[in-house]
Design a protein around this ligand. Structure first.
Ligand SMILES: CC(C)(COP(=O)(O)OP(=O)(O)OC[C@H]1O[C@@H](n2cnc3c(N)ncnc32)[C@H](O)[C@@H]1OP(=O)(O)O)[C@@H](O)C(=O)NCCC(=O)NCCS
Length: 213
């Protein structure tokens, strides 16, 4: 997987986490997420029944060659390299400076603030590195953890429920639309004012971002 010709994958670091490219050895860690019916209760596809299904998803995530549309990170807890979750952006429209987020943690690693920490780093990356203005999250109306997470980061609910938004197995799931707008009052209140490239670099990367990404 590449981000720009000749550029390394954008590994992101936080106080407790390292978000890195998805690797073949992450199948078990990802299956603890995507194979868990409880963690997948509000996702836009059903929990995987077999490790082979997770491995197919892993191959697709690891093969991503077009970060202009989507990119996924394995979440690891420093100093371990073990995968405990995944964060991603998808449906990016660079022209409109807009994209959507996805995030999941293995149940045994939830409720420690790690989800918030990982998504915060991802939002910073999207603003500071990709120049995104609008970050969207479609969240099931009953997904309290996800709703609290995005609200804490400064996202605002813009609508919903969007009834039967996702076709999942034999049924449908609805979604609320949450959005984070760079430079708004809500973003400032949550400490998420537009992250400058220099600030982004200081927090997560420690190297000079390229322009035009
Ligand atoms: C959403 C998710 C990533 C949050 O991860 P996490 O590490 O547990 O989240 P945090 O510990 O940072 O907590 C975020 C907020 O959610 C709350 N929360 C976490 N789990 C909760 C639960 N099961 N029920 C109610 N609230 C919960 C926390 O108290 C916190 O709220 P606060 O900031 O007001 O205290 C995790 O629950 C998950 O993987 N869920 C399954 C996948 C999913 O639904 N992804 C979102 C798709 S839109």
């Amino acid at each position: 997987m590449t981000t720009e010709p000749g550029e390394a994958f954008p590994t992101l670091s936080t106080q407790r986490l390292r978000l890195r490219r998805v690797e073949r050895t992450d199948a078990g860690g990802l299956h603890a997420c995507f194979g868990d019916p409880e963690a997948m209760r509000y996702w836009d596809f059903p929990a995987f029944q077999t490790l082979a299904e997770t491995e197919r998803l892993l191959s697709w995530l690891a093969k991503t060659t077009n970060p202009y549309d989507h990119l996924a990170w394995a979440v690891t807890e420093s100093p371990s390299n073990a995968c405990i979750g995944m964060v991603c952006y998808h449906h990016r429209e660079a022209r409109n400076k807009r994209l959507e987020l996805g995030y999941i943690l293995a149940p045994q690693r939830q409720r420690r603030g790690l989800g918030t920490e990982a998504v915060r780093a991802l939002v910073d990356y999207c603003l500071g590195r990709l120049g995104v203005h609008r970050v969207q999250a479609f969240v099931h109306p009953d997904n309290t953890a996800s709703i609290r997470l995005v609200e804490r980061l400064g996202f605002r609910c813009e609508g919903g429920p969007l009834t039967d938004y996702w076709c999942v197995g034999e049924g449908y799931r609805s979604a609320m639309l949450y959005a984070f707008l760079a430079g708004t009052d809500a973003a400032a209140a949550a400490g998420r004012t537009q992250v400058t490239r220099a600030e982004y670099r200081r927090r997560h990367v420690g190297k000079t971002p390229r322009s035009g990404q």
